[in-house]
Design a protein around this ligand. Structure first.
Ligand code: 6GU
Length: 225
């Protein structure tokens, strides 16, 4: 997978991509992430990337020209399967959507800011709009980092068998069961006996049961269908 991320704050991605599973995936060459500073595609003397909205409203709008120049530059080098705009009015990211997007090879992620981007970008250049939840973030960068992480962990070879994405919460529409580690008793708080029994079938039954109980009490909507 190759991710090309267009942003006015490329430094915001350094942290999220420098640790753990995402870092390992990059180091193993299973994903390539390229950050593009939108300002590098500005055409004005002062490298402007935003301007006042026509019709007058609060806030600034990212201009079409730098965005088009950046996307056109990238498309000149390879084919892209989606050009994704991160926006609170996009379709809600969930595990099935992450699974679907993760099957694509080359993706452009465009991060918006301020009051958004010129609507003509969305009409003519964007193929998919994604939101990461019903709340407002200051920009698309954190959302793009979240989407990227959810995609990268699904790339074959990124997770070992033990941590297989198939056992993740939501992958089977169930939340994950509780987990414990040593000590078996801390103060007078004990780990459930079954987990110490060594009885593999009973342990799996218990974990599945707990996953259902947890889903029923916390996220009953996940069980409806
Ligand atoms: Cl993708 N962007 C912004 N700015 N806020 C959000 C979001 C995206 N998803 C949820 N809130």
């Amino acid at each position: 997978m190759r991710l090309d991320i267009i942003t006015i704050f490329p430094e915001m991605f350094i942290g999220p991509f420098s640790y753990s599973i995402v870092k390992r995936a990059i180091d193993k060459g299973l994903v390539e992430i390229h950050l593009h500073n939108l300002r590098d595609y500005a055409t004005t003397k002062h490298k402007n990337v935003d301007d006042y909205p026509f019709g007058g409203a609060a806030g600034m709008v990212l201009m079409i020209e730098p965005i088009d120049r950046c996307i056109t530059h990238l498309k000149g080098q390879r084919e892209y399967h989606e050009v994704i705009y991160l926006t609170p009015d996009g379709i809600l990211l969930n595990q099935p959507l992450a699974n679907h997007i993760s099957t694509k090879q080359n993706l452009i992620l465009l991060c918006g800011h301020y009051k958004g981007i010129d609507e003509r970008v969305r009409q003519h250049l964007i193929t998919l709009e994604v939101s990461i939840g019903d709340y407002v973030l200051s920009g698309g960068e954190l959302a793009a980092a979240v989407l990227s992480d959810s995609l990268i962990r699904l790339i074959p070879g990124v997770l070992g068998d033990e941590t297989s994405a198939l056992s993740d919460s939501f992958q089977d529409n169930l939340l994950s069961p509780p987990v414990y580690t040593r000590p078996a008793v801390y103060k007078d708080w004990a780990v459930p006996d079954v987990l110490l029994s060594g009885h593999e079938r009973k342990i799996h039954e218990w974990q599945h049961e707990q996953a259902i109980i947890r889903t029923q009490s916390r996220r009953p909507n996940l069980l409806e269908f």
